[in-house]
Design a protein around this ligand. Sequence first.
Ligand SMILES: Nc1nc2c([nH]c(=O)n2[C@H]2C[C@H](O)[C@@H](COP(=O)(O)OP(=O)(O)OP(=O)(O)O)O2)c(=O)[nH]1
Length: 171
Amino acid sequence: MIEATLCFPLRTISRGDDPTADGDDGREVLLIEKRRGLGEGWYNGPGGKCEPGETPQECAVRETREEVGLDVRDLEKAGELRFLLDGEVHTFCHVFRTRSFTGEPTPSEEARPEWVPIGDVPYDQMWEDDRLWLPGVLEGKTVRGEFRFEGGEPLDEAAFVDHDLEWDVSF
Ligand SMILES: Nc1nc2c([nH]c(=O)n2[C@H]2C[C@H](O)[C@@H](COP(=O)(O)OP(=O)(O)OP(=O)(O)O)O2)c(=O)[nH]1
């Protein structure tokens, strides 16, 4: 089983009197367009696999720095997601969010970062399950989820079959 993390940096920008502004109140999330590996070509949060001896928080901080050059702090645990492939746990993913960071998002070989208004998150260019749990995570909720895929490796080519979700959990 792979242990992995995702980190969603959040900010609120001032939109002044912009009449075209939608209902996000200027709230944005830093997404990446993944340039290689699992989920290549899709949008996601920064993140990746935990290294031996590393806590999930340490992993999320390291991956965010490596992928987009942002130093995140004060991570808040927002979710635990289990991805099953053909009945076996394939990946256990810890999800974090934070409003504390320093640095400027910078592209790397792995990722192209982009601030996205939370009402414009491109769910049609993301893992199929993300539309089920990410909106709640971006609204400040906590979630525990299980997502079942079938069809063999790699996970990002398997078919998403069904899921269970529990909201407002404590970690
Ligand atoms: N949003 C979202 N993320 C997912 C899903 N399934 C899944 O593995 N992930 C995440 C967990 C990890 O952060 C990431 C995959 O790990 P990774 O980025 O290290 O994978 P990789 O193959 O590129 O690995 P590497 O060689 O670069 O270390 O994708 C999903 O359904 N939705």
